[in-house]
Design a protein around this ligand. Sequence first.
Ligand code: RIB
Length: 317
Amino acid sequence: MYSERLSIVVIGSINVDLVIETPRVPLAGESLIGYSLEQFLGGKGSNQAISLKRLGGDVIFSGKTGNDAFGNYAVDNLREEGLDTSYIFTDNKSATGIAFIIVEPSGENRIIAIPGANGKYGIAETNSMEAVIHGSSLVLLQLEIPLHSIKRISNIAKENNIPVLIDAGPAQAAPLELFNGATIVSPNESEALALTNIMVNDISSAKNAARILLNSGARNVVMKLGANGALIANDSDFRHVPAYDIEPVDTTAAGDAFTAALALKYAQGASIDEAVSFANAAGALTALKKGARPSLPYKKDIEAFITEDHPRRTAWI
Ligand code: RIB
């Protein structure tokens, strides 16, 4: 059972995000004048670790950077957030991961990530985290480091009865046996499509995709549906949780804040439904600000947002 003294272990990617704001996405062969270019710390692993820390979680984060200026920038940012950087490994032969992010006025983003050193988080790093994993309350993973490392980490956790939450981003056709025995698997619509070949565009297709993920041996699926909320699926049934009715500024890292909040509440002993309700608010608040790291909410922000009683979207859009 959960103990306040146990840490949540996050093992995942570290990127430097180069964010371009543009009036629209250029057509093929077109040159377009954009609005701005900014640099932020990102990567689904570091976003989720920072989120957990800001929500008051006891978190240990492990990832890998290159031996370069972006790597130093990333480690400095993680330190500023109060994270222990002793489990951040350095690869002398690869560059730090970079993500190019295009944001349109609607707040929608498009991301291309170049993994670099994230792709070198291998068995040596995984083995060196084994004792830390043994002492954790929950292990939180994403799909931005090699899948064989994810499999090994989640096996270590499962053998020790430690819950495993796998954020199924970024979208890729990963083998579904990766999720066998995971406590929670959490994809968004495009990740669900890549994994199940089902285009999620209504409740019924969301349920069909979730069924396939449950059949892979995952115990619970929490599908992030953006403006359409979230779908919780497990053996017993399906529950749809409507989204908050907000005007997004930049949806980058909204899914990361959602997953981190879900992990924290679940590790603290909340039911999946309670955890998703808290996570929904975390995701909404993140979409109201630009960038990954700057937009991740603090515990007090979410608590205030929840008490403000914001309206929900009722219809599927
Ligand atoms: O989930 C958002 C993140 O995805 C960005 O920070 C980017 O680095 C990519 O990993």
